[in-house]
Design a protein around this ligand. Structure first.
Ligand code: ZN
Length: 281
């Protein structure tokens, strides 16, 4: 039996809808007994990152991840450089927070482009460059493949297999400073999922495990994720695979949802705690 307690879970702050300042969010997450937090860059704008890091530590929380990269592909080299520089700033913030990894959502087609292969090449090259910067900071990177429905507007890396191929390609020294995030919402449909989770585990590349549920039907591609247990994903089986592949980090709850974002944070966090029973194995 591997029950899942709040202590073994992280709250990705997107779950709480960015309604209150990060300082309050930290207090709320800690007060419900969760073990970690995964903040977003937008919450740290204008904040003293070191002070936020201290507050997180003092609250007894780890930082399971830091969300997330700006897109990598762009139409011109100037734009590409600007995005790279912005991502380098984010790497420093992630390191100051003591994040277990910096999450890469690669981006995709620049406006007007139809060249997804080109976008994928740029993404792989950009990740390679970011890895060199992250290694100077001793900060692991985690590529998060997004569901193929986002291939046009958010991310051109759409399967765990593709994300792992990029890890292998850029990590020539096999440092394992780069791995993947397995997000249930993005990968549950994949017929190769079990094999790719095993592959990720064998390469010691599982850097994050995000959970929520896929409601059937979804009413919005982005803002209609479900609470664990409310949808069609076999989260118990998925968690069994991820643990079986050697992952022993946090299960990170990440629920983008207009419905949940309308509720008080306290109610959402209580519901998250209750829903953990659904993925105890
Ligand atoms: Zn995620």
């Amino acid at each position: 039996m591997e029950p899942l307690s709040p202590k073994g879970c992280s709250i990705n702050t997107a779950t709480l809808g960015f309604k209150v300042p990060i300082g309050r969010v930290i207090e709320q997450i800690a007060s419900h007994g969760f073990g970690a937090i995964s903040p977003w860059r937008r919450e740290l704008v204008g904040q003293n990152v070191r002070a936020v890091a201290r507050q997180i530590r003092d609250a007894g929380l780890k930082v399971s991840g830091y969300c997330r990269s700006s897109p990598i592909p762009a139409l011109t080299s100037d734009e590409r450089e600007a995005l790279h520089s912005d991502n380098c700033i984010a790497l420093v913030e992630a390191a100051e927070l003591g994040a277990e990894s910096f999450v890469i959502v690669a981006g995709t087609l620049p406006d007007g482009s139809k060249d997804i292969e080109g976008a994928r090449d740029q993404a792989a090259q950009g990740i390679d460059r970011l890895l060199r910067e992250a290694e100077k900071l001793d900060l692991p990177l985690a590529i998060e493949p997004l569901h193929p429905m986002y291939a046009a507007d958010r991310c051109c890396i759409n399967t765990l297999a593709h994300a792992l191929d990029i890890c292998m390609a850029v990590d020539s020294s096999n440092s394992r400073n780069i791995g993947v995030v397995i997000d249930a919402y993005h990968v549950w449909w994949d017929p190769n999922l079990t094999a790719q989770i095993s592959r990720a585990g064998a390469g010691r590349r599982i850097r994050g495990f995000h959970i929520c549920d896929w409601l059937n039907p979804i009413t919005d591609t982005l803002m209609d994720r479900g609470m664990m247990g409310d949808g069609v994903i076999n989260l118990k089986q998925l968690r069994r695979s991820v643990i079986g592949a050697g992952y022993c980090g946090f299960a990170e709850i990440e629920i983008f949802s207009d419905r949940w974002w309308k509720r008080e944070n306290e109610e959402v966090l209580r519901s998250c705690c209750r829903a953990l029973n659904d993925i105890s194995i």
